[in-house]
Write a protein that binds this ligand. Structure first.
Ligand SMILES: [Ca+2]
Ligand SMILES: [Ca+2]
Length: 365
């Protein structure tokens, strides 16, 4: 009996200890849950994709032949600030001649190093340092253009090696999940042409100049804006003939004293595109063009962009009207209102008049 009692007691003591341990574990888990959250976030965060445009190249050509492609980034939810790119390729088939970073990544952190003996190239670029982080790239964009020469027929690739990485705002570590190589198939036009044994590794620099990256200057006017006003963000989206988004950027356009807005997009992909242009709170306009090497321009000043799309759904409707009514007259917030269409710091009958004039109009789709 005397023996039994302490035995029971110690059993109880053991149960208590186990319970205490479980409680301590749960408490510790709760206390450290912020790190648990971070795990969750960093699991969701790496979603960014790197690939080439075009994604595949099939070429019938005499050799050597110059070619250019763009290294593309789809941030997919991230705000990318810097990218470190490492490429590998077969130097018996391809020689990289030049790598030109795009205007969105103008800070060259390490200059392009190209090794056509080993078939490697690398460079690191960053966005301009802005205190707000506003220069970070959050839409599909070109990181750089790669200019190379085919020296031998056959199939080949340009690969991103696994040390390729990108940094994003509010993220720790690499945000890239997918690296897609460029697939290349090169055929020579006629088998009768017998070249002297492959001129490996000594492609005497051809006199043809390295292709220039295309720049596009866009000029536009906005309804009822005839004098110097603040810059305006303009969403510009490039679509390929199949309707895929190839590039999207939202740069700030600067207006002059006559209200003519202008922006120069640089480092663009070559090809034929449909381009949609949407100044913030204006209706979308669509145009198409073939971008070749060098400078090109789109002049849209013959008709101003139509204002009033505060809700940004590309039509002038009751939601826009609703906001105008809310901000009308003395109710305009001190910080200003998107319903101040003519940008005279008042929401008044002239803004109302403009909305009525544009009511039910829609932008290009
Ligand atoms: Ca609207
Ligand atoms: Ca106004």
């Amino acid at each position: 009996m005397f023996k039994k009692y302490p035995g029971k007691f110690s059993l109880f003591g053991l149960s208590f200890l186990i319970l205490a341990a479980i409680l301590a574990f749960i408490t510790a888990t709760i206390v450290t849950s912020p790190s648990g959250k971070q795990d969750l976030r960093s699991k969701a965060a790496p979603s960014t994709q790197l690939y080439f445009y075009p994604q595949t190249l099939s070429v019938i050509s005499s050799l050597p032949r110059d070619q250019s492609v763009n290294i593309m980034i789809n941030p997919a939810g991230n705000s990318v600030t810097a990218a470190e790119i490492h490429l590998s390729f077969d130097p018996t088939k391809i020689n990289i001649k030049n790598i030109v970073p795009s205007s969105l990544f103008p800070n060259i952190l390490t200059i392009p190093v190209i090794d056509n003996q080993l078939g490697k190239a690398n460079f690191t670029v960053g966005v301009p340092a802005a205190s707000s982080g506003s220069s970070a790239v959050s839409e599909i964009a070109s990181i750089a253009s790669v200019y190379f020469t085919y020296t031998k027929a056959g199939s080949s690739t340009i690969n991103f090696t696994s040390d390729t990485q990108a940094a994003g705002l509010n993220e720790t570590g690499n945000v890239i999940t997918t690296l897609t190589p460029l697939s290349i198939l090169v055929q020579t036009p006629t088998p009768t042409f017998t070249p002297t044994p492959s001129p490996t590794l000594s492609p005497t620099p051809s006199p043809t100049p390295i292709p220039v990256v295309a720049n596009l200057n866009i000029t536009m006017t906005l309804q009822k804006i005839n004098s110097k006003k603040t810059d305006i963000p303009v969403a510009i989206t490039f679509y390929d003939p199949a309707g895929n988004i190839i590039l999207s950027q939202t740069p700030n356009f600067t207006g002059d004293n006559n209200g003519i807005y202008n922006y120069n997009l640089t480092g663009l992909i070559l090809g034929t595109f449909t381009i949609k242009i949407k100044p913030r709170f204006y209706l979308t306009r669509k145009t198409s063009l073939s971008l070749a090497n060098g400078e090109q321009s789109i002049n849209l000043i013959q008709a101003p962009f139509l204002s009033g799309d505060i809700s940004e759904n590309n039509k002038i409707d009751i939601f826009d009207y609703n906001r105008l009514v809310e901000d009308f007259g003395p109710n305009m917030p001190t910080a200003g209102s998107p319903a101040d269409f003519d940008k005279n710091n008042k929401v008044d009958i002239y803004d109302y008049n403009l909305l009525v004039e544009n009511f039910t109009k829609t932008g290009d789709n």
